[in-house]
Write a protein that binds this ligand. Sequence first.
Ligand SMILES: C[S@@+](CC[C@H](N)C(=O)[O-])C[C@H]1O[C@@H](n2cnc3c(N)ncnc32)[C@H](O)[C@@H]1O
Length: 196
Amino acid sequence: MIDLLELHKMFILRHLKPGDVAIDFTMGNGHDTEFLSKAVGPRGHVYAFDIQQAAVDSTRERLEKSDCPPNYTLIHASHHLVLDYVKTPIRAGMFNLGWLPGGDKSITTMRETTMPAIEAAISLLDRDGILIIAIYPGHHEGDAEGEMIRNYLPSLPRYKYCATILRILNSPDSPYFFMIEKRNKPDAPSKEAPSQ
Ligand SMILES: C[S@@+](CC[C@H](N)C(=O)[O-])C[C@H]1O[C@@H](n2cnc3c(N)ncnc32)[C@H](O)[C@@H]1O
């Protein structure tokens, strides 16, 4: 069976290279921050955001214990404020929406801040960059966030971005993800297939 949460790392690694800059928009316990830190290596940099101090502490401990290079900045703030902290283009960004595993389920990502964070993330995306947004359906806010993003992404210009959804059709309550890839040459409209 496909593990969608492993699959999205495969997509990210097609874009993210040593020396790049990446953002973990939902730090949680730091699994994704660790993955990004190791992928960009000592010449790269990772910024990670969370509104919970417990997440920042838990992530710092994980990174220190897991041989990550000192290439990260952990930020105790909401991800919709990302443009106050990150001034350089990014090659990859990860959103893992929902609540801190093992933590308070009432502290979850919310549409009001998720949407501006995604728009800011898209504005930071470098050429050939990628954003992954993992959705956990089956609870009210998760369902609503998924629907909001599903409605928003088709509005992105197709000559600049490729927006994709990966979802297991016969398991609608399983996590799924959106992927936004910025094209290498985003300024020119892509060639249309010749009409028959
Ligand atoms: C599903 S967890 C992330 C899991 C994490 N990526 C990992 O590898 O362990 C979602 C996290 O988003 C955080 N969060 C909720 N609202 C947020 C916001 N506005 N800005 C940043 N983080 C937020 C929660 O505190 C929680 O830790």
